[in-house]
Design a protein around this ligand. Structure first.
Ligand SMILES: C[S@@+](CC[C@H](N)C(=O)[O-])C[C@H]1O[C@@H](n2cnc3c(N)ncnc32)[C@H](O)[C@@H]1O
Length: 248
C-alpha cells in the first residue's frame, strides 16, 4: 500500500486539500487532547496547528509533500509504532485504516500509544454508497466493503466506540471518493481520479466513464439525481469513530 501511495501520491496535495468543515469535526472529536499522533498522515491534512502533533507516514512520496512548518514526521507503519505506551493524549487516523495490511493490529497499536482517545475518520462498509458507486462503478464498493473495517470491527478492537456521521459538503475541497457527489463532471477528470486510491485499483474504468459522460450530456444524470442538487451536504457513509478510555 505504501507502494500504491508512492505511485499515486505525487499530485495528492493538489486534489486533496483539507476541508474546513471536516477539520472542525475532527477537532471536536479530539476534544482537549493536547498531544496527538497522526497516523497515516499523508501530506498533513487535518493536523491541528494548535496542539503538539507527531505525524507517522510510511510513504516517502507523501512525506515529501508535507508543507514546511507541518508537524515532525516519522517514516513508519501503523502496524509498529515507534513510541512507548501512553505517549500521546490522542491518536488520529484519517481515511487510512483501510490501507493497512492488518487493520486490527494497527488499531491496537493506536490504542497502545494513547492515554485518552483514538479518533478515526473512515467509511462504514454497511452503508449503501452513492450514485457513482451504485450505478457506474459497483466494483469500487465491492473493493471498499472488503477493506474498510465494520463498526463492529472497531468495537472488537477498541471497545466501546462513539460513531458520528460525517456529512460531506457539496463543495468539499478534499477530493476523496465521495467529495464530488454534487459535481458529477469532476469524476471524468483523470487528475481528480488520480488522487482517489480505489480508482487506481480498477483495471478498467473506460466503460463506466463513457456511460457517465453520456448520461451527463443527455440529461439522464440530472433526471435521475437532480433532487440531490438541492442538498448542501449528504450522508455518504463517512463516519468519525471515537474510542475513549481505550482497552489495552
Ligand atoms: C488517503 S491517504 C490519507 C492521508 C491523510 N490522512 C489525509 O487525510 O489526507 C492514506 C494514507 O495512508 C498511508 N498508509 C498506507 N499504509 C499505511 C500503513 N501501514 N501505516 C500507516 N499509514 C499507511 C498512505 O501512505 C497514505 O498517506
Amino acid at each position: 500500500m505504501t507502494q500504491l501511495y508512492d505511485a499515486i501520491g505525487s499530485t495528492y496535495r493538489h486534489h486533496r486539500r483539507p476541508d474546513a468543515r471536516i477539520a472542525s469535526a475532527i477537532t471536536c472529536a479530539l476534544d482537549d487532547a493536547w498531544t496527538v499522533v497522526n497516523v497515516g498522515a499523508g501530506a498533513g491534512a487535518y493536523e491541528p496547528r494548535d496542539r503538539s502533533v507527531v505525524a507517522v507516514e510510511p510513504s516517502l512520496t507523501m512525506i515529501r509533500q508535507r508543507p514546511d512548518g507541518t508537524a515532525p514526521v516519522v517514516q513508519a507503519s501503523a502496524l509498529q509504532l515507534p513510541f512507548r505506551d501512553r505517549t500521546f493524549g490522542a491518536a488520529l487516523a484519517v481515511l487510512t485504516v483501510h490501507h493497512w495490511p492488518d487493520r486490527a493490529r494497527g488499531l491496537t497499536e493506536l490504542a497502545r500509544v494513547v492515554r485518552d482517545r483514538v479518533v478515526v475518520v473512515t467509511w462504514d462498509p454497511g452503508s449503501a454508497g452513492f450514485w457513482l458507486t451504485q450505478d457506474y462503478f459497483p466494483e469500487i464498493v465491492a473493493i471498499d466493503r472488503q477493506i474498510f473495517p465494520t463498526m463492529e470491527d472497531f468495537r472488537r478492537t477498541l471497545g466501546d466506540v462513539e460513531v458520528r456521521c460525517l456529512p460531506i459538503p457539496h463543495d468539499c475541497s478534499d477530493g476523496f471518493l465521495g467529495a464530488y457527489w454534487r459535481r458529477p463532471r469532476a469524476y471524468l477528470d483523470a487528475g481528480t481520479r488520480s488522487a482517489i486510491s480505489t480508482f487506481a485499483k480498477l483495471a478498467h474504468v473506460e466503460a463506466g466513464l463513457a456511460r457517465l459522460q453520456e448520461d451527463i450530456e443527455e440529461g439522464t444524470w440530472e433526471r435521475r439525481y437532480g433532487h440531490i442538487l438541492n442538498e448542501a451536504e449528504l450522508d455518504l457513509g463517512y463516519r468519525i469513530v471515537t474510542a475513549k478510555g481505550v482497552p489495552r
